[in-house]
Design a protein around this ligand. Structure first.
Ligand code: FES
Length: 186
């Protein structure tokens, strides 16, 4: 009687990967799906992360007062409190800062941050001497904010202003401290 021999097993080359047609299209669909999800996620991510890179300065225009009610030329700088909204990540906070406002001899309005550019104390106006002094380490600035004496490494920081319907607005900015140049940090 004839003996039945099983068909010889074909050994596969270990370098050959066998992929069925179904699994190939499955993988293709999977890759496409991931790519599509990534594309759709970009606008969502941009929306979610917006506060982290948004220019918080946009929310920092503050009212200083009615232009006509500001002290006249020659009366020196006056300290004014301003408030503005700040974006701190996703959190919005209201901050109060003070600025020095003065009508200059040429009729313009100058606004200086009261934050000492050395290490951030509040600079004080000395009307009797006609200059600003910082109580922390003794830096002195001229009436126009220029540096007279250190340890500060630059003069007081001027702030951008705008007038709208008779009102003075200031754009408050925070600058890098203890450097000789002016760099807005927020
Ligand atoms: S913080 Fe003003 S001189 Fe140091």
């Amino acid at each position: 009687m004839e003996q039945h021999h099983p068909a010889p097993v074909r050994e596969l080359d270990s370098n050959v990967i066998v992929i069925s047609r179904r699994s190939f299209f499955g993988a293709l669909l999977g890759v496409g799906g991931v790519a599509m999800s990534a594309l759709l996620a970009i606008p969502v991510l941009r929306y979610v992360l917006y506060p982290l890179y948004a220019n918080s300065a946009l929310s920092k225009w503050s009212k200083v007062g009615i232009v006509d009610s500001l002290p006249p030329q020659g009366s020196g700088p006056v300290l004014k409190q301003i408030t503005f909204r700040r974006l701190d990540g996703w959190r919005e906070t209201v901050t109060t800062e003070s600025v020095y406002v003065e009508r200059t001899q040429d009729g313009k309005i100058r606004v200086l941050s009261s934050i000492c550019p050395h290490l951030g104390c509040t600079v004080q106006w000395r009307a009797a001497k006609g200059d600003f002094v910082c109580p922390c380490h003794g830096s002195v600035y001229g009436e126009d904010g220029k540096l007279v004496k250190g340890p500060a490494r630059r003069g007081m920081d001027p702030l951008p202003t705008e007038q709208k319907e008779g009102e003075l607005l200031v754009h408050f900015e925070f600058f890098r401290e203890d450097v000789p140049y002016r760099e807005v940090v927020s």
